[in-house]
Write a protein that binds this ligand. Structure first.
Ligand SMILES: NC(=O)C1=CN([C@@H]2O[C@H](COP(=O)(O)OP(=O)(O)OC[C@H]3O[C@@H](n4cnc5c(N)ncnc54)[C@H](OP(=O)(O)O)[C@@H]3O)[C@@H](O)[C@H]2O)C=CC1
Ligand SMILES: O=C(O)C1=N[C@H](C(=O)O)C[C@H](O)C1
Length: 237
C-alpha cells in the first residue's frame, strides 16, 4: 500500500521502519517544517495516512486529509474534545477514520482486563487510582491511555463519576497521577486500595514497536472501509 506519514518524530520513524519491513511504500512525509506537503496528499498518491503529531496539530492534520478523501489512522493524544467534529467530517466525506489512544495489542488486552476487574470491584470499598509514566518530551497529561483506562473503569462502576489528574481521597473520583521520567515508552498501573489490601494491574511497554505495529495493522485493515473505527473493530478480543 501507499502510506503517508503525518508526523515524523519518535512514532513516525518507528512506523516507517515497520512499513518498510512489511513491503509498503511511504508516499509522503509531513513534518512541522514541511506543512505544505499535507495539501499534496490525495487518493491518487496515498491509500491511507498515519498521523502521530501533537495535541494542537492533530485535528487540522486529520480533518485536512479526510476532507481530501484520504483515510486516516491517528494515534495523536490530547485533542479528543474535537472528536465529534471529525465524526461529522467522516460522515460528510464518506471516508475511513481509525483512532486508538494506544495501538499496542498488549494494552488492548489490558483494557479488557481493566474492565473485567472494575466489574468485580463495583460496590466494594476501595479507592481506585491510575499512575501513568512516560518520557519527559510528552506534551499531554494525563496520557490518552490513562483516560481510556479511567473511562473503562467508569463504564463498569457507576459509583465512579469522573477522573482528576492528581491524587485524590474522593472515592467518587479516579485519581490519575502523571510521572515523567527520561526514556520511558509508556507504563500504566491501575490500583485499588483498601485499609486491608492492594490490588494492582500493570502494563509496561518495552519500546514503541508495539504501538507502531498496531498502527500499521490498522492502516492495512482500514483500506477500502468507510466510517469511524477503533481497536475493538480490528482485534477479536
Ligand atoms: N496511540 C498510540 O498508540 C500512541 C500515541 N502516541 C501519541 O502520538 C503523538 C506523537 O508522539 P511522538 O511521535 O512520540 O512525538 P514526537 O514529538 O516525537 O513526534 C511528533 C512529530 O510531529 C511533528 N509535528 C508537530 N506538529 C506538526 C504538524 N502541524 N504537522 C506535521 N508534523 C508536526 C513534530 O515536529 P517537531 O518535533 O518539530 O515539533 C514531531 O516530529 C503524541 O500525541 C503521543 O501521545 C505516541 C505513542 C503511541
Ligand atoms: O506519548 C507517548 O509516548 C504515548 N502516548 C500514548 C498515550 O498518551 O497514551 C500512548 C503511549 O502510552 C505512548
Amino acid at each position: 500500500m501507499k502510506i503517508g506519514l503525518v508526523g515524523y518524530g519518535k512514532m513516525g520513524k518507528a512506523i516507517e521502519q515497520i512499513l518498510i519491513e512489511r513491503g509498503h511504500e511511504v508516499s509522503k512525509i509531513v513534518n512541522i517544517d514541511s506543512p505544505s506537503v499535507l495539501q499534496e496528499i490525495s487518493p491518487e498518491n496515498t491509500d491511507v495516512v498515519i498521523e502521530f503529531t501533537a495535541p494542537e496539530s492533530a485535528f487540522n492534520n486529520i480533518s485536512t486529509c479526510l476532507t481530501n478523501s484520504v483515510p486516516v489512522v491517528s494515534g495523536s493524544t490530547g485533542w479528543l474534545d474535537q472528536f465529534p467534529e471529525v465524526e461529522r467530517i467522516v460522515e460528510e466525506n464518506k471516508v475511513g477514520f481509525f483512532y486508538a489512544s494506544n495501538y499496542s495489542l498488549g494494552v488492548n488486552i489490558f483494557f479488557k482486563l481493566n474492565e473485567y476487574l472494575a466489574k468485580l470491584m463495583k460496590g466494594h470499598d476501595y479507592n481506585a487510582s491510575i499512575v501513568e509514566i512516560h518520557h519527559t518530551q510528552k506534551l499531554d497529561a494525563p496520557s490518552g491511555t490513562a483516560i481510556s483506562l479511567a473511562e473503562g473503569m467508569m463504564s463498569q462502576m457507576t459509583e465512579k463519576t469522573g477522573w482528576v489528574n492528581e491524587e485524590t481521597s474522593d472515592v467518587s473520583k479516579i485519581g490519575i497521577v502523571s510521572e515523567r521520567i527520561e526514556n520511558v515508552p509508556g507504563t500504566h498501573d491501575v490500583t485499588y486500595e483498601s485499609e486491608v489490601d492492594t490490588i494492582k494491574i500493570s502494563h509496561v511497554a518495552h519500546s514503541r514497536k508495539g504501538f507502531a505495529m498496531g498502527a500499521v495493522l490498522a492502516a492495512e485493515w482500514l483500506h477500502g472501509k468507510e466510517g469511524v473505527f477503533s481497536m475493538n473493530d480490528l482485534l477479536e478480543l
